[in-house]
Design a protein around this ligand. Structure first.
Ligand SMILES: Nc1ncnc2c1ncn2[C@@H]1O[C@H](COP(=O)(O)OP(=O)(O)OP(=O)(O)O)[C@@H](O)[C@H]1O
Ligand SMILES: [Mg+2]
Length: 261
């Protein structure tokens, strides 16, 4: 667990009644496996939701349905009041509205750090190159890797690459950022530098869905913890309540395993 100690300005800072991401009765199967079962989840603008749960419970699949990397079988998902588009240009625009950061950084190896961050702005947002470059440099500065702009990804540490991946997602001015275990492939000494960037984003009011095992981050940055098991949302609570007094046996069992080794 990492020693992130900054507290989000207020746990209830998220404005009421301003729903940004809404999943209603979402179901998803992989063959016979029912991976998402009647998922209802509403994320308010500015809210930070941490999703935790055992391996295979559907956390990644949940994230991937929100930017339609996975289709759903039934139910509905809206972003800012609009249903997820099926395909084409609308879908590309939606993907740009939903920034995603994965465990593996997925940077283009043959492009420089700067080019990686510029690419989506130029191709999807149709930003001119000069504007995209100055914005990219500012974002790289913001995540603490401005000096690496002209290097190639392989010349950076894992923590630096992941911060570039965050800058690349932010360059699209996303309405919501999804993080799927962004620190789990990193060496321990690099975890904090990535979590600190995420803490900063949370404080600035970014709407975030974060799948993570970093309980320090969950406690200090999340407005809400969503606990999943077997494709269902079993429990939701503010972090203090979830960690000190989980209600379900599944959550108690899970927490005893991750907190005691
Ligand atoms: N493309 C796929 N095809 C078939 N089954 C899949 C596919 N992707 C995921 N699954 C299965 O769906 C279930 C949920 O997977 P998912 O990756 O969402 O879990 P998770 O909670 O993210 O797990 P982890 O903590 O290990 O990352 C698992 O049983 C997994 O094996
Ligand atoms: Mg996963």
């Amino acid at each position: 667990m990492s020693g992130v100690s900054v507290t989000k300005a207020a746990h209830d800072a998220a404005p009421a009644g301003d729903d940004l991401v809404v999943l209603s009765n979402v179901n998803k199967h992989f063959g016979a496996l029912h991976v998402l079962q009647d998922i209802d989840l509403t994320i308010a603008r500015g809210e930070v939701v941490v999703v935790i749960g055992p391996s295979g419970s559907g956390k990644s699949t949940l994230c991937r349905t929100i930017n339609r990397l996975e289709t759903i079988d039934s139910g509905a998902i809206t972003i800012d009041g609009r249903p997820l588009p099926q395909e084409g240009r609308e879908l590309a625009r939606l993907r740009a509205d939903v920034g995603m950061v994965f465990q593996s950084f997925n940077l283009f190896a043959h492009k420089t750090v700067l080019e990686n961050v510029m690419l989506g702005q130029v191709k999807v947002r149709r930003t001119d190159k000069a504007t995209a470059e100055s914005k990219s440099r500012a974002l790289l500065d913001r995540v603490g890797v401005g000096a690496q702009a002209d290097k190639y990804p392989a010349q950076l540490s894992g923590g630096q690459q992941q911060r570039v991946a965050i800058a690349r997602a932010l360059a699209m001015d996303p309405k919501v950022m999804l993080f799927d275990e962004p620190t789990s492939a990193l060496d321990p000494e690099m975890i904090n530098e990535v979590l600190e960037v995420m803490q900063q984003l949370a404080r600035e009011g970014m709407t975030m869905v974060v799948v993570t095992h970093e309980m320090g981050f969950a406690r200090s940055a999340a407005n809400r913890v969503v606990f999943m098991a077997d494709g269902k949302i079993v429990e939701e609570a503010v972090p203090d309540q979830f960690f000190s007094a989980p209600r379900s046996d599944r959550a108690k069992d899970f927490l005893s395993k991750i907190l005691h080794h």
